[in-house]
Design a protein around this ligand. Structure first.
Ligand code: TXA
Ligand code: MG
Length: 319
């Protein structure tokens, strides 16, 4: 399947209503013309995604948002501080956005991704791009073109290769409700960074029935093998002697345990940004390793640690 950095080809396909996988600083997206209902429908079908889970709309500049959504003052301030970057803001949509994009909600999620190839593509297009993460629904998000090709390669006509994603977890989703800034999805922009600009911030995630973010389902980002989350020492103590274990750790080494057949250390130096950048690739590596069960420990709840812990909790097995 074709992978490359041919912007002209990506542009032509998108103008024809086809889908193209695009690189962003967070994860790869599966993009289509946000104004074309048929293209949007194709996105849902290709990902096998339920249509009650709305899509994020991508553009290259704040001035372009007025063509499809109402930009209020707080949103302008946030975009000015953090865009292009891993920030998504919920804004009242205009009629140019099909209801299918927002799953019937009145607000559309808007983001300006920080990747030179994709920004240049967006500049050359006269429509914004609807793009969910380019993975089959429920699986781990892709952070390289090869991840996209592994799972959707035979279903899409082109993958724009922009290298490995620099941030590695999805954008932070923010809404402003009567002046109150609310974070609906923890992501690549930390709570601390947003609070520094917006003041008091409320975090409202982790509810499977959260009406403002219907896509934040309890089981998501899930590997095929069971992932157990907790203290790795105690989890190891509970495992039988014959099992093959994969370890996903923040800093520590567990290979002294003979049952450990695979191990991914996210950041030996304890840097939550490095850990976020490596998280999804590490989960994929463990998922195809000889291990039959994965053990992971939560990170400190600071910086991108919160977003990583959110992903680990959704990936973990639930009783
Ligand atoms: O970093 C990202 O945001 C990546 C890249 C490709 O931009 N995109 C991404 O899209 O993560 P996706 O579809 O995997 O996740 C979008 C999330 C879903 O949880 C969805 O429910 C929520 O955004 N969402 C989208 N539109 C919404 C809306 N109008 N109101 C509330 N939540 C919305
Ligand atoms: Mg996703």
């Amino acid at each position: 399947m074709p992978i490359g950095n041919d912007l002209a080809q990506a542009k032509t396909l998108l103008e024809q209503g086809q889908l193209v996988a695009i690189p962003t600083e967070t994860v790869y997206g599966l993009a289509g013309n946000a104004w074309d209902e048929q293209a949007v429908l194709r996105i849902f079908e290709t990902k096998n995604r339920p249509t009650f889970d709305p899509l994020i709309v991508h553009t290259c500049a704040v001035e372009r948002i007025a063509a499809f959504a109402h930009v209020h003052e707080v949103a302008e301030r946030l975009f000015e501080a953090f865009s292009p970057g891993p920030l998504t803001v919920l804004l009242e949509k205009k009629a140019s956005i099909p209801d299918l994009v927002t799953s019937g909600l009145s607000r559309v999620a808007v983001r300006i991704p920080r990747h030179p190839l994709t920004l240049s593509l967006l500049e050359q297009l006269d429509f914004p791009l609807a793009a969910p993460s380019a993975n089959p629904f429920g699986y781990i998000s892709p952070t390289t073109a090869a991840h996209v090709a592994d799972q959707l390669g035979n279903k899409i006509p082109y993958i724009l290769d922009g290298g490995a994603c620099g941030v590695g977890v999805e954008s932070t989703i923010v809404g402003v409700d009567e002046g109150q800034v609310t974070i609906y999805r923890l992501g690549g922009l930390s709570v601390e960074e947003i609070a520094a600009v917006a003041g008091n911030v409320v975090v409202q995630v982790n509810q499977s029935s959260n009406p403002a973010a219907p896509g934040m389902l309890k089981s998501h980002y899930a590997p095929r093998k069971p992932l157990l989350l907790g203290s790795i020492e105690s989890l190891l103590a509970q495992q039988p002697s014959t099992v093959s274990i994969g370890i996903l750790s923040f800093q520590d080494d567990y290979t002294h345990d003979p049952r450990v057949v695979a191990q991914e250390i996210l950041s030996p130096s304890g840097d939550t940004r490095e850990a976020a950048r490596r998280l999804f690739a590490a989960m994929r590596t463990l998922d195809v390793s000889a291990a039959t069960v994965m053990l992971a420990a939560p990170l400190p709840e600071i910086g991108l640690g919160r977003a990583i812990n959110d992903r680990l909790a959704r990936a973990a097995v639930r009783e």
